[in-house]
Design a protein around this ligand. Structure first.
Ligand SMILES: *[C@@H]1O[C@H](CO)[C@@H](O)[C@H](O)[C@H]1NC(C)=O
Ligand SMILES: *[C@@H]1O[C@H](CO)[C@@H](O)[C@H](O)[C@H]1NC(C)=O
Ligand SMILES: *[C@@H]1O[C@H](CO)[C@@H](O)[C@H](O)[C@H]1NC(C)=O
Ligand SMILES: *[C@@H]1O[C@H](CO)[C@@H](O)[C@H](O)[C@H]1NC(C)=O
Ligand SMILES: *[C@@H]1O[C@H](CO)[C@@H](O)[C@H](O)[C@H]1NC(C)=O
Ligand SMILES: *[C@@H]1O[C@H](CO)[C@@H](O)[C@H](O)[C@H]1NC(C)=O
Ligand SMILES: *[C@@H]1O[C@H](CO)[C@@H](O)[C@H](O)[C@H]1NC(C)=O
Ligand SMILES: *[C@@H]1O[C@H](CO)[C@@H](O)[C@H](O)[C@H]1NC(C)=O
Ligand SMILES: *[C@@H]1O[C@H](CO)[C@@H](O)[C@H](O)[C@H]1NC(C)=O
Ligand SMILES: *[C@@H]1O[C@H](CO)[C@@H](O)[C@H](O)[C@H]1NC(C)=O
Ligand SMILES: *[C@@H]1O[C@H](CO)[C@@H](O)[C@H](O)[C@H]1NC(C)=O
Ligand SMILES: *[C@@H]1O[C@H](CO)[C@@H](O)[C@H](O)[C@H]1NC(C)=O
Length: 832
């Protein structure tokens, strides 16, 4: 390169730089740089957070450069004043918002969202009177306002357009001091209380209002025109107290696109003018007390999300067929209402529908073909209705949740369900489905819940089911499945619930169950399994419920020092051929039963998996009843070894299992005395030792069992006085029948004035009850002990109600139901 060219180049470079630098804005004024730097020096950055994707803007601030070039800082082109500061998501660990911000008086935008600020928002922020946008979202409640400061702030920020304090702990009423320019007000989850000043709803430029999740905030809607009606597009008021009706004035909000009013305590019907909101795209009125027909929804031609779950809407779904231009609709949720009639068959246009949720209504008829043809369907829940007919083949390949349980559907399981790549929940239980379970079901690699219980399925359980690596729940109970259980449960599986009960399965318990390390519930009851006690199940560290009842298990349960079963809550081995002494060691290891965990507010359930829409409903045998509970409390502790050939004494170690609610050792060959240690079972509700060869007296200490509701000691060789007082005054003759040596109330035989103990009459002899052996005639019948007739009928009704298809409200009743049954039983008992 020649000298001339080089000079030219240098000149060019110089000129370039000159041009460039003269186009630079004014340098950041010193005071503003200083304010920013002082602010910068107050914190340290949470490096953990920055390494996990957060972007700490301030790290790149550099004293020797113009502050207008700093990350997150923007200056006015002409004056050089800092006008925008965006420090969102900067992870300024544990820092306070510096009062120095007040010096940046030209700021129009200030965004301090998700930066882990704590403490009080300083009053100095009020000096930023030019702010258009102020955003201080917090994901904890560590940021607070001194209440009066919010008022001052709002009053001084007369230019404010957008205000966002989500998650900030405001803890005050809402002051009415908003700038009239306000378009977006976002105060979700801010501990607001009092009544929302109506003026907020009249802010004439308001476009979006979000006051959701403030349960102490009462909102009353304007009854006539809203001044915001021309502008308001998004209204989120879920979880506030809007007790009352939806007023007709909503019909004026013609710009409204999103209306979210779930959990607002609304009642009444939807007012007619609401149908004028033809621009609406999302309407969510879940969890209110709304009622009336829903026939006018077809007017919402642009709707994409329509959710009315858990209200009292009734009438038919006819409107679905009215508007063929419903092309935007993606989500339709009318679950848990009182809708009746069929789903209309002449529906078209819902080509984008992804979720169709109509569970827990009274819908009937067949499931129309258009549903099976929806090309994008992902979630279909029609459970708990009265649908009948066959399930057709699905056209969609995008299904991820299908629940059709509790209907009257019949025919085979559709093949198309078995080649969905993303299916994770399949629930078809409580129908009349027939045919076999195809082993292609194992191709559903993503499946987490497979619930096919209570149908008429037959054939064998596919061997490969145990190889489905994502499966948590495998329920094929109450079908007509037969053959041996050859299922090979592979190492590392995630199964928590296995229910094979009420089938015709034979052979042995598969050893590969040992690989189900997460297993909490194993129910093999009411089959024809012929095996010894699978004591190796002790290696399952989480097993909480084990039921083997009504099979052909045999032999002694050998004592061993290596039993673990530490988590077990319900063990039901009844109606089998087990023999030998009661397994002392086994009881010793029932650690979970040695705790009385009286519900301290929170109730825990066994295998409750709400996150996959599964709760472990279970038939619990207690107090002589089979109760199907929608969920099983972890405190529901039961030992049922009845109807076997156990012999020997009742080990007094059972008295250590103080969490026991139900103990049933009836119909065995037990002898010896009733151990006095049983008086320690202070929460025991049901004790059945009937039809054994137990002798001696009833320990007087048992009178301290104040929770005991049902006692059956009949058909033994007991002698002496029946204890008196407390619960013992409530038991009837039937509790003591067939013990010739017993005396005292309620028996007619008087004990006499003295404490003399009458002699045992019959020595061990013929015991008819016992000869019944282990024919399990009564397994699924209610057995009533210690009650009079009136109660038997009352309880039968509950029993029938529970054991037949359970009604809509059932799945939500759970706790209340349990409570009601108990209360009812107690009431009945008092009456007797
Ligand atoms: C700050 O900027 C100057 C000049 O551009 C540079 O020399 C210095 O290394 C920078 N300091 C840091 C900490 O980045
Ligand atoms: C700003 O703070 C960070 C860490 O808190 C520090 O590394 C950086 O040097 C500071 N910048 C200036 C210009 O002081
Ligand atoms: C309101 O803003 C003005 C500046 O516009 C300021 O002088 C005054 O102190 C502010 N008031 C409060 C309470 O911060
Ligand atoms: C919110 O702040 C108030 C005081 O202003 C305090 O009593 C309350 O405990 C705070 N709430 C939370 C969740 O931090
Ligand atoms: C805020 O508005 C309320 C009600 O309109 C008013 O009483 C109060 O004086 C206002 N506060 C300020 C600081 O202006
Ligand atoms: C509604 O706007 C009108 C006209 O701007 C005004 O006169 C009236 O007071 C406003 N109503 C309410 C409740 O703010
Ligand atoms: C909800 O609002 C109604 C009337 O608006 C009121 O009677 C009730 O006390 C409020 N409930 C709560 C929890 O604030
Ligand atoms: C709703 O629209 C109808 C005409 O379609 C009109 O007569 C009625 O006044 C409107 N209602 C409201 C509240 O705007
Ligand atoms: C809900 O509304 C009913 C009346 O419809 C009222 O009795 C009840 O207190 C309200 N609940 C709450 C939490 O405000
Ligand atoms: C269906 O929706 C479209 C689009 O909003 C609307 O124009 C039409 O009137 C609706 N049809 C019926 C029958 O209401
Ligand atoms: C559906 O239920 C209605 C009553 O709600 C009844 O009249 C009708 O016959 C039922 N239809 C079918 C197909 O079961
Ligand atoms: C159990 O199986 C054995 C053979 O393994 C057989 O001898 C026995 O009879 C079976 N028991 C019952 C009750 O079926």
């Amino acid at each position: 390169m020649g000298i001339g060219k080089l000079a030219l180049f240098l000149l060019y470079a110089f000129l370039c730089q000159l041009v460039f630098s003269s186009s630079l804005p004014h340098l950041c004024p010193n005071d503003q740089a200083l304010a920013l730097l002082q602010f910068n020096n107050t914190f340290t950055i949470n490096l953990d957070a920055s390494s996990s994707g957060y972007y700490p803007k301030r790290v790149k601030w550099n004293r020797s450069t113009d502050c207008c070039s700093w990350d997150g800082v923007k200056c006015d082109e002409t004056t050089g004043q800092v006008i925008e500061l965006d420090l969102s998501s900067s992870q300024l660990l544990g820092s306070h918002i510096s009062p120095k911000f007040g010096e940046l008086s030209s700021l129009t935008h200030l965004d301090l969202s998700y930066s882990s600020f704590t403490g009080i928002i300083p009053a100095e922020i009020s000096r930023l009177s030019k702010l258009h946008v102020l955003s201080i979202e917090s994901d904890s409640y560590d940021l607070r306002f001194v209440p009066h400061n919010l008022e001052l702030l709002l009053k001084n920020l007369t230019q404010l357009r957008e205000l966002d304090f989500e998650g900030v702990n405001i803890s005050s009423t809402i002051p009415l001091n908003f700038s009239s320019y306000l378009t977006n007000l976002h105060l979700r989850d801010t501990h607001l209380y009092g009544t929302l000043p109506e003026g907020v709803l009249h802010l004439s430029n308001l476009e979006a209002l979000d006051l959701a999740s403030n349960p102490q905030l009462t909102v009353r809607f304007p009854t006539t025109k809203w001044n915001s009606s021309a502008s308001l597009m998004r209204l989120y008021l879920s979880g506030v107290n809007a007790t009352g009706r939806i007023p007709e004035s909503f019909g004026h909000l013609t710009s409204l696109r999103i209306l979210v009013l779930f959990s607002c305590n609304l009642s009444g019907s939807i007012p007619k003018p609401l149908w004028n909101l033809t621009n609406i795209e999302k309407l969510d009125l879940d969890d209110n007390h709304l009622e009336g027909p829903i026939s006018d929804f077809f007017r919402f031609g642009k709707i994409s999300w329509l959710s009315l779950r858990n209200n009292n809407f009734n009438g038919q779904l006819e409107f679905l067929s009215f508007n063929k231009s419903w092309t935007q609709l993606e989500m339709l949720d009318f679950s848990s209402n009182s809708l009746t009639g069929p789903i209309p068959s002449n529906v078209s246009g819902l080509q984008n529908l992804q979720s169709l949720l109509l569970s827990s209504n009274h819908l009937n008829g067949t499931i129309p073909s258009w549903i099976f043809s929806l090309p994008l369907l992902g979630e279909l829940d029609l459970s708990d209705n009265h649908f009948s007919g066959n399930i057709q083949e699905f056209k969609s390949k995008t299904l991820h949740r299908v629940s059709l349980k509790q209907n009257q559907l019949e025919g085979p399981i559709p093949k198309s369900l078995l080649n969905q790549r993303d299916l994770y929940i399949l629930r078809l239980s409580h129908n009349n489905l027939s045919g076999q379970i195809s082993s292609t079901i194992c191709d559903l690699k993503t499946l987490e819940v497979l619930d096919l219980g209570s149908n008429n399925l037959e054939g064998a359980i596919p061997i490969c089911l145990g190889e489905m690596s994502e499966l948590w729940v495998l329920d094929v109970s109450n079908n007509s499945l037969s053959g041996t259980i050859n299922t090979n449960f592979s190492i590392g599986n995630h199964l928590m619930v296995i229910k094979f009960d009420r089938n015709k399965l034979e052979g042995k318990v598969p050893q590969s169950l040992i690989n189900c390390k997460s297993l909490e519930v194993l129910d093999l009851g009411n089959n024809e399994l012929n095996d010894t006690f699978p004591k190796w199940l002790r290696a399952l560290p989480n097993l909480k419920i084990l039921r083997l009842r009504s099979n052909k298990f045999f032999g002694p349960i050998k004592d061993s020092s290596t039993y673990k079963f530490a988590q077990i809550r319900i063990i039901d081995l009844s109606s089998n051929g087990f023999s030998g002494d009661l397994p002392l060691r086994l009881f010793e290891y029932f650690e979970a039963m040695k705790i009385i965990s009286e519900s301290s507010g929170t109730r825990e359930y066994v295998a409750d998996m709400n996150y996959v829409y599964y709760t472990n409903s279970f038939i619990v045998t207690t107090k002589g009843l089979d109760l199907e509970l929608p969920r099983v409390l972890t405190t529901n502790i039961i030992i049922d070894l009845s109807r076997n050939r156990f012999e020997g004494n009742i080990p007094s170690i059972i008295g250590d299992l103080v969490g026991l609610r139900t103990l049933n050792l009836s119909h065995n060959r037990l002898e010896g005395h009733i151990p006095a240690s049983l008086h320690q079972l202070s929460v025991l509700e049901s004790l059945d030792l009937s039809s054994n060869k137990i002798s001696g007296e009833i320990p007087q200490q048992l009178a301290s069992l104040t929770s005991l509701e049902v006692l059956n000691l009949s058909h033994n060789h007991l002698v002496g006085c029946i204890p008196r007082g407390k619960q013992f005054d409530t038991f009837e003759n039937s509790s003591y029948l067939g013990n010739d040596g017993l005396c005292g109330l309620p028996l007619s035989k008087d004990c006499g004035g003295d404490e003399g103990v009458p002699q045992a009459t019959t020595p061990y002899g013929l015991d008819q009850e016992e000869e019944e052996g282990d024919s399990s005639i009564i397994s699924w019948q209610a057995v009533f002990m210690g009650y009079g007739c009136g109660l038997v009928i009352g309880l039968s009704i509950i029993y029938i109600m529970l054991s037949t298809q359970y009604p809509a409200w059932f799945s939500r009743m759970d706790v209340q139901l349990e409570h009601k049954i108990l209360t009812r039983m107690k009431k009945h008992k008092k009456r007797h």
